[in-house]
Design a protein around this ligand. Structure first.
Ligand SMILES: [Zn+2]
Ligand SMILES: [Zn+2]
Length: 73
């Protein structure tokens, strides 16, 4: 009975996004609060964990999240 599909709302402009969207089509803000430690190529360990939308730091590795890094929260 519980609808597990939560509507994704943009943290910056509150636009309701599509499930598949990764970025807000209205303002370009990221919709998922990934760990910012996702350096491709150079860094061997990139975390990239998907964190809660109000998380300032990654619950897995303690690195800043992209929401925090971009000043969205
Ligand atoms: Zn937006
Ligand atoms: Zn992390």
């Amino acid at each position: 009975m519980v609808d597990e599909k939560e509507k994704i709302k943009c943290v910056r402009c509150s636009h309701v996004a599509d499930d598949k969207d990764k970025y807000c089509i209205k303002c370009g803000a990221p919709l998922m609060n990934y760990c910012a430690d996702t350096k491709r190529g150079k860094s061997k360990h990139h975390c990239g964990a998907n964190n809660k939308r109000d998380a300032h730091y990654c619950s897995k590795c303690g690195h800043e999240t992209i929401f925090k890094q971009r000043g969205l929260i």
